[in-house]
Design a protein around this ligand. Structure first.
Ligand SMILES: [Zn+2]
Length: 121
């Protein structure tokens, strides 16, 4: 196992940020879910990213976090210090390298009230 590897409580080894699955929720929710890649995982959701959509349709990253069961699991395997360090880096990498912000932004723009009216008429 590499030095940046963590493990999901289901047993799946996550080597680095590229292993996570991302679930793009509706723009209104301003959230992206971070999932375990194991489709039989009982936890599935390991964390989330929050962002804001500004009035001009720009995306502003707000915060990212992993859920307690996932963090605690790794903290007992390594140390909480190591876990926090690795997971913090994973969040940064996911935010900077994995998330397709252009896709998020396009979704945000298409949800503007004007375009919704067009669809209805
Ligand atoms: Zn899992």
């Amino acid at each position: 196992m590499s030095e940046t590897a963590v493990q999901c409580p289901c047993g799946y080894t996550i080597e680095d940020y590229r292993n996570y699955l991302l679930l793009y929720l509706k723009k209104e929710m301003e959230e992206i879910d971070i999932l375990c890649p194991n489709e039989y995982c009982y936890l599935r959701e390991l964390g989330f990213l929050k962002f804001n959509v500004t009035e001009t349709g720009e995306i502003k990253f707000k915060k990212g976090r992993f859920y307690a069961p996932f963090v605690t699991w790794n903290a007992t395997r390594m140390s909480s210090e190591m876990t926090v360090k690795i997971l913090k880096q994973h969040l940064i990498d996911i935010t900077e390298k994995s998330v397709r912000w252009d896709k998020v932004k396009r979704g945000a723009i298409s949800k503007k009230p004007e375009s919704q009216k067009e669809v209805l008429s």
